[in-house]
Design a protein around this ligand. Structure first.
Ligand SMILES: Cc1cc2nc3c(=O)[nH]c(=O)nc-3n(C[C@H](O)[C@H](O)[C@H](O)COP(=O)(O)O)c2cc1C
Length: 156
């Protein structure tokens, strides 16, 4: 049976794109072994990640991630059995909100609101699990135009 887990958190220290890319580079190898796929959204200073795969793999992976001191305020949004994967092609892909094209960022801000109320601030990560998944799907769609594919994308 396939499971899907979704959480949001906040970075607990200064983070830059090379640091996050190297975290995810290691995670991709591990996720491949554990049959986990998913997507990580970085909307500074927030993270939103979905993990999908066999139940034990997903739950062990989340327990490791939750112990990671590089982020904190971890909130589990959902853990449920699902019929299929939403992100089958990505062993983990990180997408940074600020790396999207300006028009795409504006679209997301109109839809989900901004974290700090500013016009081009980070998009607010919804607390509601269905809205959070909708945001991740929007990101997956918009990030398809960016370089990266199965790899972590580099800033344009
Ligand atoms: C935001 C964030 C997302 C992460 N995503 C994953 C992931 O998808 N898979 C994974 O194995 N580790 C991920 N990690 C790294 C884990 O927290 C952990 O460092 C790694 O799995 C090694 O754990 P270990 O030292 O207990 O073996 C992530 C870390 C952060 C900060």
């Amino acid at each position: 049976m396939l499971y899907q887990l979704c959480y949001r958190s906040r970075q607990a220290q200064e983070m830059d794109w090379p640091t996050l890319s190297s975290i995810i580079g290691v995670a991709q190898d591990r996720n491949l072994q554990d049959d986990i796929s998913g997507l990580l959204l970085w909307s500074e200073p927030q993270f939103l990640q979905v993990l999908e795969g066999p139940r034990d793999s997903v739950s062990n992976c989340f327990m490791r991630i939750a112990r990671d001191a590089r982020h904190s305020r971890i909130e589990l949004l959902c853990m449920r059995a699902v019929a299929s994967r939403l992100f089958p092609d990505w062993r983990m892909r990180a997408v940074r909100h600020m790396n999207l094209h300006a028009a795409d960022r504006a679209h997301l801000l109109r839809k989900y609101g901004s974290l700090d109320g500013s016009e081009d601030g980070p998009v607010a990560i919804p607390e509601d699990e269905n809205l959070a998944l909708a945001l991740l799907l929007d990101f997956m769609h918009l990030a398809r135009g960016l370089p990266g594919g199965d790899e972590v994308s580099t800033p344009p």
